[in-house]
Ligand binder design. Sequence first.
Ligand SMILES: O=P(O)(O)OC[C@H]1O[C@](O)(CO)[C@@H](O)[C@@H]1O
Length: 442
Amino acid sequence: MLTVKAFQMDSFLPATYATDLLPQMEIAQGHLQNGTGAGNDFIGWVTLPQDYDKAEFARIQASAAKIRSDSKALVVIGIGGSYLGARGVIDFLCSPNYNLKKKDTPNIYYMGNGLDADAMEEVMELIGDDDFSINVISKSGTTTEPAVAFRFFRKMLQDKYGAEEAKGRIYATTDKARGALKSLADSQGWETFVVPDDVGGRYSVLTAVGLLPIAATGVNIEDLMAGAASMMETCKDGSLANPAWQYAALRFALYTAGKPIEVLGAYDPAFRFMTEWWKQLYGESEGKDGKGIFPASVEFTADLHSMGQYIQDGCRIMFETMVRMGASKAEKLVPLDEADGDGLNFLAGKSMDFIRDKAMEGTLLAHTTGKVPNIIVQMDGKTPYDLGQMIYFFEYACGISGYLLDVNPFDQPGVEAYKKNMFALLGKPGYEELRAELEAQL
Ligand SMILES: O=P(O)(O)OC[C@H]1O[C@](O)(CO)[C@@H](O)[C@@H]1O
């Protein structure tokens, strides 16, 4: 079971930091378990690992099997919560080099998560003559980036296969009833999957949003859900034995003690997109009403040679949360070199894991001495089950954290400002007045 450890926290927080927060934690727990808090119509994810739609889950498995059998590439179109979870899980469990591997599962290309024409052209070239399918994912069904990308790739698909055959290669994951994507999917007869009404984008990785692309790579999504379900049981515990409570209490206490930045990281490059997923989860949930911890991320040891300087020595405004996942699959022992020209024979016969662990311990001590408090999230391993646990743990702790801050953890009003300006500047009908106002400022 995943555990949370606070390292030498007595130099940063009073011994009573967690018990002092108990009354607020109990209220937050009640909000999540009983739906009594702000945004309570978006807490479907709390019970999702057990009460997910089993018939849809079977359809996801069947569609993933079809994609594996008829496609060498799957274009996954989505942005934010409709993208980051799938990418985080696939990178972590299959490798960031997944597309380069020899395999009998499709390459995955992520599109619609930006507006760069060259990136789009490159993916089109990489797909080339290969058979491919599209999974377009948008809860609202109206987000500009994925909608535009979908137009391009839909055309590419239709040009290659003709309108009829293309229909069998498009999978749309969207609202069950509303939005342009839903209407289009219904009128075209595409296979559709549902983003439940009560699950917001950043909490949706364990719905079809994440599960279809993940299953297409052959990852065992039943194990992923089982891991999440086990953590769901753990999180029902309204006490400080609950690891989500421990983490939420620590980060809230550190925030109020003058540490408004949290740096999440791991000593594993495959974890990078899980940190991107986590940044959206916490950034959109907490960053509002002039409050919230700013979520940042690092990849160690690489970033010890860049951001390490700031973390050790810059403004003392941050704390770190390090995710550890135990032994690597490969046991790589440093070879002996008789000549020892590089002076590394003191490491001969030692494993890469040993060297990594010493780097971890050395960094932990250095950063703590440098007044950067450290939280350690220890996973049992790197299996789908372990990751399912971790995903639910971070989601649950995020809900608790939002309520501790006294914000609605399930809305994101701040992201509308850029959208409105962009629509106006693009000349979208209905935005004429704002357009004139904005253009006068440019
Ligand atoms: O799934 P959709 O509706 O396309 O939204 C994608 C993302 O855009 C946001 O709404 C913010 O712009 C996120 O909350 C969401 O994850």
